[in-house]
Design a protein around this ligand. Sequence first.
Ligand code: ZN
Length: 195
Amino acid sequence: MLTAPLRMSRAIAVGFAETQAGWIAARLKRLPMRQPFVDGAELPLFGEPHSIRHRPEMRGTVWREGGEIHVAGRPEHLPRRLRDWLTAEMRQRLLPLVHAKAARVDRSVKRINVRDSRSRWGSCGPDATMSFSWRLVFAPPEVLDYLVAHEVAHLVHLNHGPRFWALARTLCENPIEGPQAWLKKNGETLLQYGV
Ligand SMILES: [Zn+2]
């Protein structure tokens, strides 16, 4: 009689502590280190480390020289200019990849949006409109390849059934487990750049 409430409260206490620990871990995971776009900062361009170099004396916009990304103009414009450039780089690599994979399943894509979605890396609607996060510009190419394969497979199967996964595998350059594991482990880090 006396031990029952004690046992119960202990169980509740332990349960609460475990829940708290899980919650804190999840919060920490969701608060990655911020990496603002400033002179000297580093960012991965398709997985390759690059450093940002502000070139206030130069005219022009943004250009790449080896492992450096040079940004001309006033410092207050640097983050916006760099982000626009990165988004354009992402589109340039993304579009041919989507169309090539869509051709393999004999489907066409109506529209490809590149946006700042923080909840999903890619999506494909029933109207054959696709969206991808511009932040995939930071991820290794095989991750982008997998996400494109995934969304293109949705042009054929609007579900995550066995036939969908079989098709996604054939459309992906590499075994899908590698990019999936990379996203699970490192996906959050893609959110830390330029914020
Ligand atoms: Zn999906």
